[in-house]
Design a protein around this ligand. Structure first.
Ligand SMILES: [Fe+2]
Length: 352
């Protein structure tokens, strides 16, 4: 009988670049919010208190603290030494775009390529990448995957009524960077860039109709102009939770020891519609974090649209699949951060 372990984490794009650039990335986000909301960006009082009069130093400190949390998670992975890591992440119109956009998809190839540093373009980033990972910014990784188990999960999902898509090549004429940001960043932060632990990437369409925000970021066009791309809604939370239950049953019948790893920031300031994209849903996220701690994560099956979008919690959908797999097993929160400087609420936890 297989064993299931879990860690919960995030794919923090800020850590893909040098510490001093965290505050620059934030400035870009604030400008985008101003365009979307048609008014000047105004930090809430708790953000102003955190940023103080030297936001760059705060950014550097948060950069360091995030790395510290990833190092602790990696130590736990080594302790468990799993046969595979089931990496659950969102795709932001990268591998899956409007021309081909499943609600969820599983990667079933024996290896996966990734060219993850395409966004790291500020001064100092290239040097940081060389120092941190020992590669040039245009490096293409080739990581091993646990294809046999991935195929078993896919086939069982299909036989249980979950029409999951699958792929063994994530590149296309629209996308040449292989594995997208959520999975590739997580690999790098967990120091799995050497491919020591084979992965199984599971993609969830967390953004649904709000995927148009990424077109807006890239092109500077309005959300309305972008919405013509007609993105479908995200799958329901109940469905994601139930899919996790089926995956759990497959894993328990298999011989492999598997580490489940949802990777995403919870509430993002710039996604939180109820606060005009200037404040994250701190209170709601603290409550949900306690659900995980108290073994009540099944409550998330009833947490759905439009609340998820109003609270900026789109990417929490990755964790809802994990909640289905782990059931009401309580998660130990190792660290959580309300990071105004990096615009999100993040949880780092372990299901032992
Ligand atoms: Fe993401």
């Amino acid at each position: 009988m297989g064993e299931i372990f879990g860690i919960g984490t995030s794919h923090v794009p800020y850590l893909m670049g040098a510490p001093e650039n965290m505050v620059r990335l934030r400035q870009g986000i604030c400008k985008m919010v101003e365009r979307l909301e048609g008014r000047p960006f105004q930090d809430p009082p708790e953000a102003l208190a955190q940023l103080g009069d030297n936001p760059m130093e705060v950014g550097k400190e948060h950069h360091r603290l995030h790395w510290q949390a990833f190092t602790q998670l990696r130590a736990y992975i080594d302790e468990v030494s799993p046969d595979a890591i089931l990496l659950i992440g969102d795709d932001q119109a990268q591998c899956f775009q409007a021309n081909n956009l499943p609600p969820y998809a599983l990667y079933v190839g024996a290896q996966v390529d990734a060219k993850p540093f395409y966004m790291s373009r500020f001064p100092g980033d290239a040097e940081y990448i060389r120092q941190t990972w020992g590669v040039a910014p245009d490096h293409r990784y080739l990581w091993p995957c646990q294809a046999e188990l991935a195929v078993a999960i896919r086939d069982e999902l299909l036989r249980n009524g979950f029409d999951i898509a699958s792929s063994n090549d994530l590149n296309s004429d629209r996308w040449q960077y292989g594995l997208g940001h959520a999975h590739a960043n997580t690999q790098l932060f967990l120091h799995n860039d050497d491919g020591r632990y084979p992965i199984i990437p599971l993609f969830i369409n967390c953004y649904g109709s709000d995927l148009n925000i990424f077109g807006t970021m890239a092109s500077g066009q309005s959300l309305e102009a972008q919405s013509t791309s007609g993105y479908p809604p995200a799958p329901t939370s109940r469905r994601l939770y139930e899919m996790g239950r089926v995956i759990r049953n497959v894993l328990l019948r298999r011989p492999e020891r598997v580490l489940v790893c949802p990777s995403s920031t919870w509430s993002h300031t710039w996604l939180t519609k109820k606060h005009h994209r200037m404040r994250m849903d701190v209170e709601g996220n603290l409550e949900k974090m306690h659900w995980f701690e108290r073994g009540q994560a099944s409550l998330l099956a009833e947490y759905d649209s439009p609340d998820i979008e109003n609270n900026g919690d789109h990417e929490l959908r990755n964790w809802i699949v994990a909640a289905g797999i782990m059931g009401n097993r309580s998660m130990e929160v190792m660290w959580h951060v309300i990071s105004w400087v990096s615009t999100g609420f993040r949880v780092f936890g372990i299901w032992r």
